[in-house]
Design a binder for this molecule. Structure first.
Ligand code: SF4
Ligand code: SF4
Length: 398
């Protein structure tokens, strides 16, 4: 078997980089979002542009304008905000109204606080009252530097995030997991050292390293980036309007929805038509084919790979070599499962524990046949989830 060592930890030299506010953003929204703005409406930076209908404290955060501007498009997957046109002769210039800081944030706790954070743009679906809160301080994938950069440069914001989370979910213990050998700490957390060799950096394996148990009860895990986003809101008392993304060997704080091409231009990163570009890292990232898409708030990196550097992944036949089984941290059989999914035998993937797949991408990475192994498993999981939802909806209507 090929010897792999995918270390994620690096020495961070540069500081967190800010970028100039772009004149146009394309803010991604999801199916559950309901846009509350109309084309040609003037919006101020921080104004709510899409809500969710749920009244729960835990779920998808509202979407907010990250620049002052005019709504140019309301699309099913994005809201485009562009520059406000100059007023015509005799007309008064329209002034965008920005929201006031949310002063009530300091007086809230428990579910009321989580609900307010959700309204201010924080995804709270991972926040539950838990005995133990684990903060994953490891860089998520090789080449993605966000976690270590934030620990180095944003201690005050992280502290503010932790303080507010402690009021929201009231954990008994908070553990910060960092790479072995790194002297990193965060006020109020017990530091736990763990391997930084991918896939040990993904959440389920970090929980296992911090608690000694697989899928323990009453444990929540969030990333340093999640904590930073909460900290930004806690410090400013304003909605979340920024994402933190790694590009090359630098990390940028950018307004949500900044177009990928604009960030690559600011970063001065070379790219061309023969480059593959993805949101997030090289192991689990999603390829993007349109550089005018906006950067989502939870994106951790823009990964660029020149064509020819990696073999093309395609549905070649499985040669049953077993390499994927050897690297799979979930201890399932990715090759067999991928073949079931390939031939629409989705129920077989269910009984063979496809749900245990951690979507780490190691099976695709080592496959000598260059099969999209993880992607077949993702297909099976999505198919089974859609089928289960359909069945439960039918039962509700009976
Ligand atoms: S992505 Fe592949 S290697 Fe990773 S857990 Fe799933 S099946 Fe195993
Ligand atoms: S999916 Fe790829 S790595 Fe797994 S057994 Fe088949 S050929 Fe080998």
């Amino acid at each position: 078997m090929m010897k792999l060592r995918l270390n994620t930890s690096v020495e961070i030299k540069d500081s967190l980089q800010d970028v100039p506010l772009p004149s146009l953003v394309r803010i991604p929204i999801q199916n559950k979002h309901k846009p509350i703005v109309k084309k040609k409406q003037i919006v101020g930076r921080g104004q709510v542009i899409a809500e969710t209908s749920s009244k729960s404290a835990f779920g998808l955060g509202f979407a907010h304008a990250s620049i002052d501007g005019v709504i140019e498009e309301v699309l099913p997957d994005a809201i485009v905000i562009g520059p406000i046109p100059a007023p015509k002769e005799g007309e008064t210039a329209q002034v965008p109204v920005r929201p006031e800081p949310c002063t009530e944030l300091d007086g809230l706790s428990g579910e009321d606080l989580c609900r307010k954070l959700l309204e201010l743009g924080i995804d709270t679906d991972r926040f539950h009252a838990a005995r133990t809160l684990i903060i994953n301080g490891l860089n998520p994938e090789p080449g993605v530097l966000v976690s270590e950069q934030l620990v180095k440069d944003a201690q005050e914001t992280l502290k503010a995030g932790l303080k507010i989370l402690e009021r929201g979910i009231k954990p008994g213990t908070v553990k910060l997991v960092v790479a072995s050998g790194k002297q990193i700490s965060l006020h109020g957390c017990t530091t736990v050292h763990s391997s930084d060799v991918y896939p040990a950096t993904i959440d389920p394996l970090v929980v296992c390293a911090a608690t000694g148990a697989e899928r323990p009860d009453n444990v929540d895990v969030i990333s340093i980036s999640d904590l930073y986003r909460v900290g930004l809101v806690a410090e400013s008392k304003l909605p979340l309007m920024d994402a933190v993304v790694s590009v090359g060997n630098k990390v940028y704080r950018v307004p949500t929805g900044m177009r990928v091409q604009d960030l690559l231009d600011v970063a001065g990163v070379p790219y061309g038509p023969d480059w593959m570009i993805a949101f997030d890292g090289p192991m689990r990232g999603q390829a993007i084919f349109d550089l005018s898409v906006g950067i989502p708030e939870n994106c951790s990196a823009i990964t660029l790979v020149k064509e020819g550097l990696y073999p093309k992944v395609q549905p070649n036949p499985c040669i049953n070599c077993g390499e994927c089984v050897l690297v799979c941290p979930a201890r399932i059989q990715p090759g067999m499962l991928s073949r079931y999914a390939e031939f629409n035998l989705f129920e077989n993937t269910r009984s063979q524990h496809v749900a245990a797949c951690l979507e780490c991408g190691m099976c695709t990475f080592v496959c000598p046949a260059n099969r999209p192994v993880m992607q077949f498993l993702q297909l099976a999981k999505r198919h089974l989830a859609a089928q289960d939802e359909f069945v439960s909806t039918c039962r509700l209507q009976d």
